[in-house]
Design a protein around this ligand. Structure first.
Ligand code: BG6
Length: 512
């Protein structure tokens, strides 16, 4: 089959309706690093709407051409593949800039005028509106309220113009602030109009969890407490906190990575089969149930089942790295966690009694995100006295990044006259099986929001459940007699106490 034709057809059938996308916070990092490069990659694949207008907006006074030049630098630097000059040229014509302080209603009126003027250049087209709030959460409420006041948010109803607002994390700092934030934005928007982004849900390997579980007959029967010994999820990063101390030191890794990315991956991994894959709430209902079923810890359990730590100076990738407390902008007596290890349990019919170990940290030896399922060991009765040693777990591992793929470890007999047992890995990588690089998470998510598909966005109840389940941990960590903040040298796999946490159950962290 002619591949270019397939791509063309695919492009047509997945194109969203006419859209005006307004990016608030357009002079910031996210716009240059992720959003505009993501849109250009969608343009490269011919996935963008036929009628499409992008308006960047922030307080800076820029002309359309200044803005185009600025973001083009980002495209050249951060796009996952080169964008051809012809695609950029066409895309740049759709790109505009409107200075706007979203907290000032007059500015938002002017933005409305600009949107209407640009839309009028394409007579007869009704545009949907997508507002991307690439900024801190304290601005979400005022911007949404001003957009509504000037008539840029239509009520959610069948047949009405689709109006969607995308909000970035952090969605709250704890349960109470997340609820407050939600109440504020719900004054201007219906839940169906709010797209809370968690970019991990846009990663190919994370979406593949659903296909893997529900499109294969052989794994689902094993996907439960009878056959699974334990689960590990690791989100390891070699980078430190860079220039983000102001944000990170107020949050820590439990809030930055676990509350959202890790719990979302865990929820997908452990859900019951949803009613449908094509209605957003079926999957989100099931994820919310998993999050609700995760056991809330008592104060004693927080001490036994959580380990937090900070990196001290060391070497990462051959380069010297300063300690967390020496990072620019970090309070010298900070107790913020740059590493966390947890043991959780989902207290439901399918998973009760299966330990789930989670670790996430900055300044570890390398960047790797992996979800691993350890199946029960086979009994070794047939191999007794044969110097085979204890049989190992069958291990299914989903590597989310950087080497996207999966592997299954099984026991095999190595060639030779003696009966021996050795583990071997059966591998699948996206690279070698599909021969194309995966799109960036933001590409898929931007496309989905334009199509009005909220499946890969987090619903409010999921957010609240995640904060609720972490609340006892924060409470204990912030108490007058808190558990210690341990140390690990930058460039190592975390503190020894994290090894003890998992060793206490005779398991150990998977070597990454
Ligand atoms: C972000 C966190 O949500 O995810 C960052 O705020 C982290 O601290 C990043 O570095 C990791 O994303 P990825 O896609 O590189 O794994």
């Amino acid at each position: 089959m002619d591949e270019s034709k397939t791509k063309e057809n695919e492009g047509r059938s997945t194109r969203p309706p006419a859209t005006i996308l307004v990016i608030f916070g357009a002079s910031g990092d996210l716009t240059s690093r992720k959003l505009i490069p993501g849109l250009c990659n969608l343009a490269e694949d011919d996935y963008l709407p036929e009628n499409f207008i992008v308006i960047g907006s922030s307080r800076s006074k820029l002309s359309d051409d200044d803005f185009r030049a600025k973001v083009y630098e980002g495209v050249k630097k951060y796009s996952r593949r080169p964008i051809s000059p012809a695609v950029w040229e066409k895309f740049a014509k759709r790109l505009h800039y409107q200075p706007c302080d979203g907290e000032k209603v007059g500015d938002v009126e002017a933005l409305k005028g600009r949107m209407e003027a640009l839309a009028a250049e394409q007579p007869g087209v009704r545009f949907n509106y997508v507002y991307y709030l690439a900024m801190a959460p304290q601005f979400f409420g005022p911007i949404a309220s001003n957009l509504k006041e000037v008539g840029l948010i239509e009520p959610y109803a069948k047949g009405a113009r689709q109006t969607s607002v995308v909000v970035e994390k952090p969605f709250g700092h704890d349960l109470e602030s997340a609820r407050e934030l939600n109440t504020i934005i719900r004054q201007s928007l219906a839940e169906e109009q709010i797209y809370r982004i968690d970019h991990y849900l846009g990663k190919e390997t994370v979406q593949n969890i659903l296909v893997f579980r529900f499109a294969n007959g052989i794994f689902e029967p094993l996907w439960n407490r009878k056959y699974v010994d334990h689960i590990q999820i690791s989100v390891c990063e070699d980078i430190g906190i860079g220039t983000r101390a102001a944000y990170f030191d107020q949050n820590g890794i439990l809030r930055d990575i676990v509350q959202n990315h890790v719990l979302q991956m865990l929820a997908l991994l452990c859900i019951e089969p949803p009613n449908s894959l094509s209605d957003a709430d079926s999957i989100r209902d099931e994820k919310a149930k998993v999050l609700r079923s995760i056991k809330r810890m008592t104060p004693e359990e927080v001490r036994a089942n959580t380990v937090r730590a900070q990196y001290t100076k060391g070497t990462v990738g051959g380069e010297p790295a300063v300690g967390y407390l020496e990072e620019n902008g970090v309070a010298p007596d900070s107790k913020t966690d740059s590493y966390v290890a947890l043991k959780l349990e989902i207290d439901n019919w399918r998973w009760s009694g299966v330990p789930i170990y989670i670790r996430a940290g900055k300044r570890l030896p390398k960047r790797i995100t992996e979800i691993t399922i350890f199946f029960n060991k086979a009994p070794d009765s047939l191999f007794k006295g044969r110097q085979v040693g204890e049989l190992e777990h069958n291990v299914l591992s989903i590597q989310v990044q950087p080497k996207e793929g999966m592997s299954l470890r099984i026991s095999s007999k190595p060639p030779g006259p003696r009966m021996r047992v050795r583990p071997v890995e059966m591998d699948f990588t996206y690279d070698s099986s599909f021969g194309v690089a995966s799109p960036e998470a933001y590409e898929r998510l931007l496309l989905d929001v334009m199509k009005g598909d909220a499946t890969l966005f987090t619903r409010n109840d999921e957010i609240e459940e995640s904060w609720d389940l972490l609340a006892p941990i924060f409470k204990e960590w912030e108490s007058s007699n808190p558990p210690p903040v341990y140390e690990y040298e930058a460039g190592t796999w975390g503190p020894v106490e994290a090894d003890q946490l998992i060793n206490s159950t005779k398991d150990s962290w998977r070597k990454l």
